[in-house]
Design a protein around this ligand. Structure first.
Ligand code: TMP
Length: 448
């Protein structure tokens, strides 16, 4: 069936295998319980079959000899491991946060209906910044005794609704939907398969998250992403922090595009080489400014704007604030003038959040001095870098909502934590805001 947007006012989501890929965490804790009981480890396929059903059902199915008391003990061992390790050994499927954001903007009531204990489900969602995206989280009691998913679904459905659906990856979800007379939407990226879902009543099947988003939201809903820039003097630790941040955001279910300036596209890299070439000693400050802006214009149109339009989180190592600081401050062309020169290059791609990694000037100069080959810009003297430093401070003070100072002289772990906490706060606000498509960069600039 070819489906474009289905209009639901209530959507229930299964958690494991539908919103999050909890395989490593769940199976790791199952193994811990099996080892703790001195049972034989099952093969991979049997281990995989623990994904979805209530735990007690799985332990009984796989280890038929166990008494109810022993099954309860298995679950207790599982829980000991799961609360410490398993629960966080998990990731959100890519695209889920944006799907939820779009549903929220369409006023759809979103509820989690899971066979997991409610406390764990809430903790997982909180850990990934998704708890606020749901109107309710309905799971089971902590003892994880056998239960019927249909009861969970019944409890999760509001008293009144027009049209509701249950989205899930296993036959339990499809059956529970049918038992409650609501639509059953099966997803194939989890732990079930097509035959299992169809045989148990799936009305529609979604191959992946984008297909699910198209079914639930249609193609029309805009889905713009979040633009984060990382700024600071060379040696502030940008290159250490950026991959760590990207990894965390990917686990949170975002498509992440990391890029850098000057560069990010072949043409921009070509311009960057001219800028850095120590043979170009006579380059005027104005030429330098326009070349950085030209490189940026290409970068915005070729990489940043398309990624944001897809709903990705873009993290750029340096952006327009570097021009303001280095050319405006360092080369003394003035912050305002350099910002104005860059307006056409930046267009609508204004950063939502800028992380300004600050180390004191002497530390930065020391780190820079130890580099084997300094490029043309790095060869500028101490007075130049003092002005760059001061300009960064000024930029941060002028735009405190967008630009956040981070003490990058602290140890790497502390800096990582601060970076992640600032980004997660921005992401929460972003997810709760209404999707609002950024216009195309070039179209927005024509003034005829
Ligand atoms: P990097 O590739 O080693 O980061 O070198 C880029 C250098 O260019 C760095 O010293 C900062 C400088 N720069 C500017 O002067 N203006 C700009 O707009 C950008 C993006 C970088």
């Amino acid at each position: 069936m070819q489906v474009t947007s289905l209009r639901y006012d209530v959507i229930l989501f299964d958690l494991d295998g539908t919103l999050t890929d909890s395989y490593p965490g769940v199976t790791g804790s199952v193994k811990a319980a099996i080892d703790g009981m001195g049972l034989d480890r099952p093969d991979l396929e049997t281990l995989r079959s623990f994904m979805g059903p209530p735990l007690s059902e799985s332990f009984k199915r796989v280890y038929g000899q166990l008494t109810q008391e022993e099954v309860d003990h298995c679950i207790a061992l599982y829980r000991d491991d799961f609360t410490v390790n398993g629960i966080y050994n998990n990731r959100v499927y890519t695209g889920i946060p944006h799907l939820l954001r779009r549903l929220k903007a369409m006023d759809v009531t979103c509820v989690v209906a899971t066979s997991k204990p409610t406390v764990y489900a809430r903790r997982v969602l909180e850990y990934f910044g998704l708890l606020e995206m749901f109107d309710a989280v309905i799971g089971v009691e902590l003892d994880e005794r056998e239960h019927d998913k249909a009861d969970v679904v019944r409890a999760a459905l509001p008293a009144h609704y027009r049209r509701a659906a249950m989205v899930g990856d296993r036959h339990y979800d499809m059956r529970a939907a049918k038992a409650n007379n609501i639509d059953a939407i099966g997803v194939l990226y989890g732990y079930g398969d097509r035959a299992e879902l169809i045989e148990t009543g799936a009305d529609i099947i979604a191959e992946d998250v984008p297909a699910l988003a198209r079914m639930l939201c249609g193609d029309s809903a805009a889905s713009e992403g979040l633009f984060i820039t990382v700024e600071g003097l060379d040696g502030a630790g940008k290159t250490t922090q950026m991959p760590l941040l990207a990894k965390r955001l990917e686990r949170m279910g975002f498509e992440v595009v990391t890029t850098r300036e000057p560069g990010g596209t072949p043409l921009s890299e070509w311009i960057s080489e001219r800028l850095k070439d120590t043979a170009n000693t006579g380059m005027a400050a104005e030429t330098e400014t326009y070349l950085f802006a030209a490189s940026r214009a290409q970068h915005v149109r070729e990489v940043i704007a398309p990624a944001l339009a897809r709903g990705a989180v873009v993290i750029s190592d340096r952006f327009v604030d570097s021009s303001a600081a280095y050319q405006g401050g360092g080369r003394e062309l003035g912050l305002r003038r350099v910002q104005q020169i860059n307006e056409m290059a930046v267009s609508v791609c204004i950063p939502d959040l800028t992380l300004l990694l600050m180390v004191d000037l002497q530390t930065a100069l020391l780190r820079r001095g130890s580099a084997t080959r300094l490029d043309r810009i790095e060869r500028a003297g101490e007075a130049f870098f003092t002005r760059v430093y001061d300009a960064f401070v000024q930029i941060g003070r002028e735009e405190p909502d967008r630009v956040k100072f981070i003490d990058a002289s602290a140890d790497v772990k502390a800096v990582t934590q601060e970076v992640q906490s600032l980004v997660e706060t921005a992401l929460r606000a972003h997810l709760l805001s209404t999707p609002d498509k950024r216009p195309e960069p070039s179209a927005a600039d024509s003034e005829d």
